[in-house]
Design a protein around this ligand. Structure first.
Ligand SMILES: NC(=O)c1ccc[n+]([C@@H]2O[C@H](COP(=O)([O-])OP(=O)(O)OC[C@H]3O[C@@H](n4cnc5c(N)ncnc54)[C@H](O)[C@@H]3O)[C@@H](O)[C@H]2O)c1
Length: 260
């Protein structure tokens, strides 16, 4: 619709000396976040599922920081324990934890099976539990940490075919606020990033793509489609010293689709 794009860019050195972990970093939003954190100076753990995160790894390496690629199903406790062991072995810690991995299969409620409900909860919220159980105790011990959990503004609005997903993304917010209170005394922050509709390989294909971008553009205040680059600056800021007094918040980056 419009040629205008996000022209924001890295803040070199902002996260120097930090170790970041981004889940679901092989493509889409997670890829953009992993690359931005690397460009800002953090060493990056690229947590990928089945897809080899070659492009992410190349861009992270090009930023001149250390990286570790690890394949993991973040909905499985043992897989996450194996990831934690590999990260501890390589870097000794995680300072910035970005729980981005998620999935949003369309399914009407009237035909939804309990299995579909459970699968969506497993990837979108059980994963956050496993990852935080694995990495937050170390943050508390070291008295520094940034937890950034990716939710979605769709849970605030409600959306057909997404009862399971929106319930799980709402749970991410309730979880994060309560976690923020528990870990705040140790100078660890926990915040939520809530994107609107972002063009990624997944949203750009399949049945959910039909007419969806046009529908969002009509409702957004800003008349261009959100891209992963639009989220990178918010995550860089939340991870930085500049946001050291920001916790328990939901940072909405959706071009003005939803107003709180
Ligand atoms: N794209 C959007 O419009 C949008 C909007 C709001 C919120 N979100 C959220 O942002 C996050 C990223 O979305 P995206 O559009 O980039 O998705 P995507 O499908 O393009 O990428 C998701 C990534 O998560 C990984 N993943 C899936 N299941 C996994 C598992 N069990 N263990 C580990 N990794 C797994 C995939 O391999 C993939 O790399 C998700 O949490 C999504 O719910 C996306």
């Amino acid at each position: 619709m419009s040629a205008v794009e996000n022209t924001g860019g890295p803040t070199p050195g902002r996260l120097k000396g930090r170790v970041a972990l981004v889940s679901g970093a092989a493509q889409g939003i997670g890829q953009a976040l992993a690359i931005r954190l690397a460009q800002d100076g953090a060493d990056v753990v690229i947590a990928a599922h089945k897809q080899p995160p070659d492009a992410t790894e190349a861009a992270v390496k090009a930023a001149g920081v250390e990286s570790l690629v690890h394949h993991v199903d973040v909905s499985l406790e043992q897989d996450v324990a194996d990831l934690a062991a590999a990260v501890t072995d390589r870097f000794g810690r995680v300072d910035i934890l970005v729980n981005n991995a998620g999935a949003y299969p369309m399914q009407g409620f009237l035909e939804m099976t309990y299995e579909q409900w459970r699968e969506t909860f497993a990837i979108n919220i059980d994963s956050v539990f496993h990852m935080c159980r694995a990495f937050v105790p170390g943050m508390v011990e070291r008295r520094f940490g940034r937890v950034i959990n990716v939710s979605s503004t769709s849970y605030m609005e409600g959306m057909e075919n997404y009862t399971h997903y929106n319930a799980a993304k709402a749970a991410v917010v309730g979880f994060t606020r309560s976690l923020a209170i528990e870990v705040g005394p140790a100078e660890v922050t926990a915040n939520v990033l809530a994107p609107g509709l972002v063009r990624t390989p997944t949203t750009d294909s399949g049945p959910q793509a039909d007419g969806m971008f046009e529908g969002f553009l009509a409702e957004q205040a800003l008349k261009r489609t959100e891209t992963p680059a639009d989220l990178a600056g918010a995550v860089s800021w939340l991870a930085s010293e500049d946001a050291s007094f920001v916790t328990g918040q939901t940072v909405v980056v959706d071009g003005g689709w939803h107003f709180n």
